[in-house]
Design a protein around this ligand. Structure first.
Ligand code: PAP
Length: 344
């Protein structure tokens, strides 16, 4: 890709003193992390446990701590949250297309989603913006980004900065997915990452064990989902809780719900003109996965973007998991979600 992802403008050149200051700050976070429980994770790199959740050090560096200390939300911000492999690539595409539909008609041949993967249009706070491994110890200047700003995150609800969770205005759209498909999608993704760094693939049984112990990436999966679920019950005007499986079944209904929640509902005229359907088509698995950028472009992990597009279906896990694994996962899910009012 010849041009830079739009978010890169927030890494403005800094003076030598400012650079040294950033470096000092990141070093202090590294020190905190060096004292946390750490094990060798599924990618062959250390994973550390911070505030009850597991983070891959190579994937996020000290990102979560930097987000907590430096990110200040604006009232117009929208945060797209998920635990990995629940449909964030899709959610980001939809939200970006909805929010920017006046400047970028979904039917235009110049739409940014046709040349950028959605992760480059909606950067993840702790992975793209505050990740010292990725950005050479530079703290970004997010003030420079035009409002309303769209960000992604995989951080758990309970670890988000208070400027988001205590704001009357900032909104969060969370997407989750049924446990079994999440596990299988994650397992495939893990093996793509591993093969990229010349590691042997891990067996499904092993990924299953990691997952059940809560040590999947940004896991425990169930605690992550429950955090946002509770947030959506306590602050329904600020947290919208979506399920990938339901969105695939009824995309029109959910896209309209999202647009309402994001404060940019579709007008009757827009609906009549077919904008809702155009956005759904633009962001469909078939359209996005066949774009040049998503077939051949490379992500910050060094993976080609096609790693983010596998099947895009509900229920594929049945082709991989044994009846025993299904029973065990269903049992854990039932136990964990018991009494919450949530089913997955
Ligand atoms: P991430 O956490 O690494 O960003 P994420 O996008 O959340 O990944 O999840 C990837 C899943 O979403 C994949 O599911 P699968 O492995 O079961 O196939 C991927 O195929 C699916 N996906 C990606 N884009 C779309 C889309 N446009 N529509 C529906 N599903 C999609």
């Amino acid at each position: 890709m010849a041009h830079n992802a739009p978010y890169k403008i927030c890494f403005v050149p800094k003076s030598r003193e400012e650079e040294e200051e950033d470096e000092k700050i990141y070093k202090s976070y590294e020190e905190i992390i060096s004292k946390l429980p750490t094990v060798e994770g599924w990618s062959g790199k250390p994973v550390y446990q911070y505030q009850g959740f597991w983070y891959n050090s190579d994937l996020v560096g000290v990102g979560p701590l930097a987000v907590q200390n430096h990110f200040t939300s604006k009232p117009t911000d929208i945060l797209l949250a998920s635990t990995p492999k629940c449909g964030s690539t899709w959610l980001k595409s939809l939200a970006f297309a909805v929010m920017n539909r006046k400047t970028h008609l979904p039917s235009t041949h110049q739409h940014p989603l046709l040349t950028f993967n959605s992760h480059d249009l909606v950067p993840v706070l702790e992975i793209r913006l505050y990740n010292n491994n990725l950005n050479g110890n530079q703290i970004p200047n997010l003030e420079i980004l035009p409002s309303p700003r769209l960000f992604g995150t995989h951080m758990p609800y309970t670890s988000l900065p208070q400027s988001i969770t205590h704001s009357d205005h900032a909104r969060i759209v969370y997407i989750c997915r049924n446990t079994k498909d999440n596990l299988v999608s994650w397992w495939h993704f893990v093996n793509k990452i591993r093969s990229n760094i010349s590691l042997e693939p891990i067996k499904l049984e092993e990924a299953f064990q990691w997952f059940c112990k809560g040590m999947s990436v940004f896991g425990p999966f169930w605690d992550h989902v429950l955090g946002y679920w509770k947030g959506s019950l306590e602050r329904p005007r600020n947290v919208l809780f979506l399920k990938y499986d339901e969105m695939l079944a009824e995309p029109v209904l959910h896209l309209k719900k999202m647009a309402d929640f994001m404060g940019c509902p579709f007008s009757l005229m827009e609906e009549k003109e077919g904008l809702v359907d155009q956005i759904i088509k633009l962001c469909s698995f078939e359209s996005l996965s066949n774009l040049e950028v998503n077939k051949g472009g490379t992500s910050h992990l060094g993976l080609t973007y096609n790693a983010y597009f596998r099947q895009g279906k509900v229920g594929d896990s049945a082709n991989y998991l044994t009846p025993e694994m299904i029973e065990q996962l269903d049992h854990i899910t039932e136990q964990k979600l018991h009494g919450s009012g949530l089913t997955l």
